[in-house]
Structures are given as structure tokens and as C-alpha cells.
Design a protein. Structure first.
Length: 35
């Protein structure tokens, strides 16, 4: 079973970097951003 991660501001910058790093480690990721 994969772990789930929710990231706000995940479209660029630090949020995107965090999302990509966790994706490499088999996390299910949900992101949202302003636009």
C-alpha cells in the first residue's frame, strides 16, 4: 500500500521539488495551486 501526500503550491518551486522527490519513493501525490 502506497502512502499518500497532499501538497499545496505543488506546481513549481519548492512544492514541485518535494512532490517529485516523494514520487520517486512511490507516494501517491495530490497537489493544488493557485492557477
Amino acid at each position: 500500500m502506497n502512502k499518500t501526500l497532499i501538497i499545496t503550491g505543488g506546481s513549481k518551486g519548492i512544492g514541485r521539488s518535494i512532490a517529485m522527490k516523494f514520487a520517486e519513493n512511490n507516494f501517491d501525490i495530490y497537489t493544488c495551486s493557485r492557477n
